[in-house]
Write a protein that binds this ligand. Structure first.
Ligand SMILES: Cc1cc2nc3c(=O)[nH]c(=O)nc-3n(C[C@H](O)[C@H](O)[C@H](O)COP(=O)(O)OP(=O)(O)OC[C@H]3O[C@@H](n4cnc5c(N)ncnc54)[C@H](O)[C@@H]3O)c2cc1C
Length: 370
């Protein structure tokens, strides 16, 4: 998990499936066939690649019309980030709901059996079991498979959505508090209230090229509901980097130190704060550690200064600057007193992400303006 590997993946996508992205992206080719999508999400999740650079690369490869769908999908990631920043309660509620659902598992043997079969891929539901296995083995699922899986989990197996979101977060190499939590809520009909996503047998058959044809799906379920949606809060203000020497603290939400808006700050030392999700699998932790090691090596070369894992006293009394850490484990672990700087991309897009996606979608040219 390095920036170089991410750039290779981007180059393959631009030279290959990228040209047909709009037409083929909904097809899940399965684990053994060539992907129909970019598979860049593990790099974007850690900002080994930035949203801005992949969107601009697609624009220059395919032009405005040819890149439109891909750029719009990249902006879904930006949107979910901004939405969680303006509705942080969603993350707290998810975690409380997950813990409450786990308590139910202990008390309700039927629910526990269904849950255990679901995560072991032993439900007997065609497709679902293969996706559960693929998730655990590869740490990745195609977007459509994620939608089908989540929908079947919620509406056919009638399992608490928070447990499914936790299962994803444990194993996905791109596991992300915003995209994961809000996508599960979207499938459940909680994000776009009253509009659930229902997995349909014929749709699965078509977009898996006939590999899966599951019988017995609940295709007529009602949305989940909550009395009060998570509260909106104003987007917190970012800091600017001070002029002169600073210490730069990197974390897993932004590992592209070369392009941070540092103004006239001069980075003289760098440290890495490695905080994986508390429930992440060993595979995800290893990817996190490799990504951090790569970023520290690049930062040392770029700034010409030492770059090491964070330890006590590393900053030597200098002001500590850090890329903005959105809601999640890095933000929770940041030491007090850091100056948190935000990229122009987020600064422009997040204030437009507090409601539905269409507002941000319409503002994409503005966000991308040089
Ligand atoms: C239930 C569920 C859970 C999900 N959990 C996560 C998660 O934890 N982390 C995560 O990064 N994505 C998540 N997604 C979104 C999406 O499935 C993945 O981003 C996408 O499949 C990654 O594959 P790709 O890089 O080939 O995407 P591409 O289709 O090539 O898209 C390019 C990039 O755009 C962004 N993107 C594309 N589709 C979406 C989308 N629907 N929502 C948000 N961003 C998108 C991703 O950063 C992606 O890498 C989830 C979707 C669902 C339905």
């Amino acid at each position: 998990m390095t920036r170089a590997a991410g750039l290779d993946a981007l180059a393959s996508f631009l030279a290959g499936s990228g040209a047909d992205y709009a037409a083929t992206r909904n097809t899940d080719p399965g684990r053994d066939d060539a992907p129909t999508t970019s598979c860049l999400s593990p790099y974007l999740r850690r900002r080994l690649l930035t949203e801005e650079e992949v969107a601009r690369a697609a624009l220059s490869a395919f032009g405005e019309r040819g890149a439109d769908k891909f750029v719009s999908e990249v902006f879904w990631r930006t949107y979910f980030k901004g939405h969680l920043e303006t509705h942080p309660e969603t993350w707290a509620r998810y975690r409380a709901g997950r813990d409450a659902a786990r308590a139910r598992l202990a008390d309700e043997p039927g629910l526990r059996r269904t849950h255990d079969r679901a995560v072991a891929g032993e439900t007997g539901l065609d497709g679902f079991d293969a996706w559960a296995a693929q998730l655990v083995e590869q740490g990745f699922l195609h977007n459509h498979a994620r939608m089908w899986f989540a929908s079947i989990w919620i509406f056919t197996l009638r399992l608490p959505w928070e447990l499914g979101a936790a299962f994803f977060l444990r194993h996905l190499l791109d596991g992300d508090p915003a995209s994961n939590t809000l996508s599960w809520r979207w499938v459940a009909g909680l994000h776009t209230r009253g509009k659930p996503y229902l997995a349909r047998r014929d749709n699965i058959r078509e977009f898996t090229r006939g590999r899966h044809d599951p019988a017995g799906l609940n295709e007529d379920a009602a949305s989940l509901a909550e009395e009060i949606p998570p509260r909106e809060v104003p987007l917190a203000h970012a800091d600017t980097a001070p002029d002169g020497p600073v210490a730069l603290l990197l974390h897993l939400d932004d590992l592209a130190p070369e392009t941070l808006p540092l103004g006239n700050a001069r980075v003289t030392r760098v440290a890495g704060l490695l905080t994986s999700d508390e429930e992440a699998s060993d595979t995800v932790r290893a990817a996190d550690a490799a990504a951090m090691a790569d970023a520290l090596a690049r930062a040392a070369a770029h700034f010409g200064c030492p770059a090491e894992p964070m330890r006590d006293g590393w900053a030597g009394g200098l002001p500590v600057v850090t890329p903005w850490a959105p809601v999640g484990p890095s933000a929770d672990a940041l030491p007090a007193g850091c100056r948190r700087i935000r990229r122009a991309w987020d600064e422009r897009a997040w204030p437009l992400s507090n409601r539905g996606y269409s507002r941000l979608r319409g503002a994409i040219p503005k966000v991308m303006a040089p």
